[in-house]
Design a protein around this ligand. Sequence first.
Ligand code: ADP
Ligand code: MG
Length: 626
Amino acid sequence: MSEPTGRETLGFQTEVRQLMQLMIHSLYSNKEIFLRELISNASDAADKLRFEAIGAPDLLKDDPELRIHLSFDSEAGTLSVTDNGIGMSRDEIIDNLGTIARSGTSEFLQQMTGDDKKDAKLIGQFGVGFYSAFIVADRVEVVTRKAGLAADATVRWESDGQGEFTIEQLQEGSRGTTVTLHLKPEEKEFLDGFRLETLIRKYSDHIAFPVLLEKDADEGKEETAVNSATALWTRPRSEITEEEYQEFYKYLSHDFTDPLIWSHNRVEGKREYTSLLFIPSAAPFDLWNRDAPKGLKLYVQRVFIMDEAEQFLPLYLRFVKGVVDSADLPLNVSRELLQQNPELDAMRAALTRRVLDMLAKLAKNDAEKYAKFWQEFGATIKEGLVEDKQNADKLMSLLRFATSQSESAKQDQSLADYLERMIDGQDKVYYLVGDSFETAKSSPHLEQLREKGLEVLLLHDKIDPWVVEHLTEFEGKQFQDVGRGQLSLPESDDKLTQDAINDEHKPLLKKIRKTLKERVETVNVSQRLVDSPACVVTSEQDLGPQLRRMLEASGQALPEAKPVLEINVDHPLVMRLSAETDDSRFGDLSRIVLDHALLAEGGQLDNPADYVRRINQYLLDVETSA
Ligand code: ADP
Ligand code: MG
């Protein structure tokens, strides 16, 4: 038998197939979110049509009242969500409901563990959208007609969620979209007017369009308006409950978890706008992906204008979700116009401050929640230090660190905490960059500082080598890298130049310099060490070793820079070196001392085999001479 004319069977994109399978299992305990997703799509569709109609009012003419309508049929076992919004053309529906365009999707799907709980959380960070219908339905039908197209451009889409969908053209249909779910036999609980009304209210109370539910009544069908149809952010703060804010956030972000905090404000005067900004409780999977969605939802006088308006917040605050509704911007504002609009700089500065103040308040009032924030988004705040000079002070107070006094890599100490613990005579904030907390914590560079009771911030995030370039001063205190240049510690004689410190050991230094001249800039007597024989330090003007390694790994050619070797003249190994009369053994031991110093700060040896040979030889020599 041949298929009806124009009917075509197409396959879902592989990622869609994988997502659907995973979702059906891992989201089962959250299954009713499918309603939120369908209502949110219907509301988006109405928003989009209202926007299009600004320039083309005819689009709305035959059916001007935008609304969302839900109905169910207990006998047929179906539940439908209908909107009279923008609708979809044939090509659009194939794209929109058959593929996922978001970049990084397949990498994301590979992170799935098979553990439902963990996967549910991950999928929550991804957002499931339309496909969530297949959690409760074994067949989904979509009938849609794009606004502005003729009735015979109506399209019917259908799928059982198993990998394929069919599509065919209908001769008739009204503007907008109806999604009909054929519920699985075990999901008939959704065919209950009361249950539906409660759920729909939860998911639609903040939506600006009327949501109507058609229920069975004694005399046939009856329509009830379920929501108040006022956009949440336009209502006074005092009248909005916590739960409503949380639901609105989930609607906006497709996140499953409640937001960490939010801030809702109306600005009046010269510039008028309302903003509602949320901080999520977990980072999205693609926080570090350049193409990931970011930005606020922009409305002008309550008319939806665009998603992902990136111009209202700096890039480092890309994790903020929310809405900005302006009274002044023109309705026909486009991304290009936004970029040129001088009003925008002021709004962006104000919104940025709003976010930073909200975080500062959280840090002050709820350390535990703030710790959670820092764990998820701390690295983006650090990005801010590089990007946003204007708010350097606010950003610095938001930073959290692990220090030489921390038990674990957990970053929970603020600069204010550090300042409070500074010892008498200390006038600097000391820090050290390492590849990991452990390397940094056991670095020889800390030995003197530890002995003197001086705390050191240990920086080990990927971004830290860049960040430290921007750490200059906090509350009048300078920062000092303890792995760089001459270290001046309180009570040590500052006026003593390196030359003076070296003075007593000139012959030894000279001899080591000569031996290692290919590999080190110079050799000095150290003021950093207690237990270790030597360490390497970066000279004042050079790139730190971590930054250098990173840039080299990314293929950049850098001018060669040699480290400075510092030796601990009180260490037995250095004393032995000093007493060594055999030139060849002196050479070997000097090289071993340097190699160990490099290894201790996470570096790699240019010639490990050479090192191994040397140390084996040395061990044998010790053995025989003993
Ligand atoms: P999202 O809403 O995050 O884009 P969804 O999976 O929910 O993802 O929907 C995918 C796309 O399908 C939407 O972006 C939209 O283009 C289209 N779509 C879904 N539902 C509707 C609808 N009711 N009316 C018009 N377009 C829709
Ligand atoms: Mg959606």
